[in-house]
Structure formats: C-alpha cells, structure tokens
Design a protein. Sequence first.
Lengths: 329, 59
Amino acid sequence: MPTRRDEARTSRRRAGDNGFRGTIMQGTTPRRLQGMADPLLASMVRAMGLGESPQFAARSPQVMAYVNRWLENGKHRDGAVNPSPVFPDGVAADDPVALARLIKATATELGADLVGICRLRPAMIDLGVDLPHDFVVATVVHEAYDVVIEGYAAVEEEAMRVYAEVSDIATRLAAFVRHLGYPALAHHNGGSCVQAIPVFHHAGFGELGKHGSLITEQYAAGFRPSFVTTTMPLAEDQPRSFGVQEFCLHCTICMKNCPGDAIPNEYVLTDGVKRWLTDLEKCYPYSRLRKEYCHLCVDVCPFNARPYAETYKAFMKQQRQLGYGTPKS
Amino acid sequence: MTQFYVTEVRPHGERSTVGLFYTREEAAAIVRQLESLPGKHGCRYVISTTLPTPAEGER
Ligand code: SF4
Ligand code: SF4
C-alpha cells in the first residue's frame, strides 16, 4: 500500500508492496476523482448552494449497505503472501497457461460472469501511482437488464448490488493468489488504481462505445467490474473486435436519448482507440445533481438487443412513446 | 464552462488524447505529472480548448 515516505519523497503513490518482486510500473492515465473529490462535481454542487450531491444524500439504507460492503472490502485489498504454497495437481507454479486456467475457474466459482487476463501496461494504472505488478485479471458481473430499465431507483440499487458483489470477488480472488505464493492486490469501488477501459480492451472483453462504456457481446455495457493485479505469470487474452466502434460511427441512439445532450458525435483517439468524451458538465445535472440515478445511455444501446432481444424491443418502444428522452427535471 | 483537452504528441509525431478537463489548472497539473515520468521522455503535451479531431490519416 502507499507509504507516506514515498508520497513525501516523490509525490507518487505506491500500491501493492506486500511481497514485492515484480517490475515497478508507473501509471500514466489520469483518474477522474469520485464523489465530492471530483472538482467539477464539487463546483456544481456548491453552485446549487449544497454541501453534498442530492443523489448521494438520497441513498437508501439498502444502497448504503452495499456501499459499506465495498468499503469494508477496501480494508482487505492486500495481505501477506503465503511463503509455502501448495498447488493443485497439474498446475505448476511457473506455468502461465495452467495458472490462468486456475484463476479463471476460481473467479467463475466466486461468481464472475466474465474473466479476462492481460499484461499490465502503464496506461492501465492511475497517473501518480507505481504498481509493482505485471498482470491484471478483470472480472465482471452483469446487471439484470430487466431490472435496470424499471427506473432510477431500480438501476441504482442494481448497480450498487453488483459493485458490492464484484468487490467480494476481487477480494477473495486476490487472497487466493496470495495463498498461491504471489503478491496480489484487489481493485474495486473500495479502492483501485486500475483503469478499467484499457484493461477491458486488452483482456478481450469488447470495445468502447460512443456512450463512454465498454460494450461486451454478452451483456452490452450492463455490467460492473473489479480487478486483481499480481506478479503471478498468466497467459494473456487478446483484444477482440466485433464491430462496435464502426457501428457507433453511424448510430446516434444514446446521443438522442441522453437527457443532457452530453454525448458528442465527434471522437478523439487515445492509443488508436476512438473515444467519445462525454461532457460531464452536461451529464451531471441528470446523473449526479438530482436524486435519481441516470443510466439511460447504456440502457438504450442496440447492443442490448443481442442478449436481451424481447426486453430491449419493449423498452425501446416505450422510449419512442416518451419521445426519445427522459423528463428534463 | 471552457473545456481543456490534453493531447500527447509522441516522439514520432503520433498524437493521443489524454483527456478532457474543466479547468486549465487541472489540465496543466496533469501535463506536469506526465512530463515528470521517465517513460514519457520525448513526448510533448498540448492543451487546447477545441476538440482534437483526428487527422485524415489517423482515423
Ligand atoms: S448518464 Fe444520463 S445524462 Fe449522463 S451521458 Fe448517460 S444518458 Fe446522458
Ligand atoms: S447507442 Fe449506438 S452509438 Fe451509442 S454506444 Fe450504443 S451502438 Fe454506440
């Protein structure tokens, strides 16, 4: 975990030092801070004369229980590495293919719907953080699409439920890796220095969509992730395209349904990947500055039609009747 | 609110957008942090208030 001495000396944070024996990787991707630590959100909340985002203040006891679960998991992200590990039959301590198979099977057993692995790269780590690990395991749990489209309260509760669940998975998976003798650090809402999008891309989950979330074939963008970084040598998955970025060039459904007109049609390139940068100043009034949660850009995406054909069709019919948009209040 | 885009220009001329920020100070602080990294030696950074649309050959 980061040490004060490190921070004082270099103003950089160091994560995952327990049992360190990997190469140090310096992160290069700025993280947008969450909650009131986000300077844009904080200034917008202050401009409303408030001290806290109305959405955060309105959280139900059930949602708070989920938040507390990942905060609790945040205390157990790292731990001691087992000095005398015993490996299951047929798995050698230095066999990346067998180890990757074991890690994926374990993550699935813990409840992950998708598991992917790739080599850690500087762009996958927060700017200002040094991480002495070589590989990252990404795990995903999907949200129930028929629940999230029920409305704002339902989507928030479902999102938080899944965030809590993936934090459990990462915590247990990191402990399992350490039990096998390799340093490992869990990353989730209770503490993370991993950048999700580049990891998803390299772990072969899918492609970035115009709405700013990664789209998978299995669950579109209706999922929440967690990660484990480690020095354990693991066989890598490969990036996989199934036409999302090309499709988004000609699709405007998320743009038209966004109540804040926050999704641009123009893109920028980051490491050759198209990114449509959501204008948060326009998004926050709907997604943060009212009591209700907003998830609409993800819900209306036609990639939902692959896994959830009938539900998607019915939902979009309802959206059309509403005039392609949500109440702007 | 003015928007500030940070673009990384790599030694061979390749351009990669770092992100979108809402104050010049925030964008400048990110640039300073990136410039301090040994792995980014040779890169330069541009802060612009217009969207850095990819050039024809980059799309
Ligand atoms: S979360 Fe809502 S307001 Fe924000 S970009 Fe998506 S649809 Fe628009
Ligand atoms: S709604 Fe259309 S443009 Fe938006 S992310 Fe989905 S496919 Fe891309």
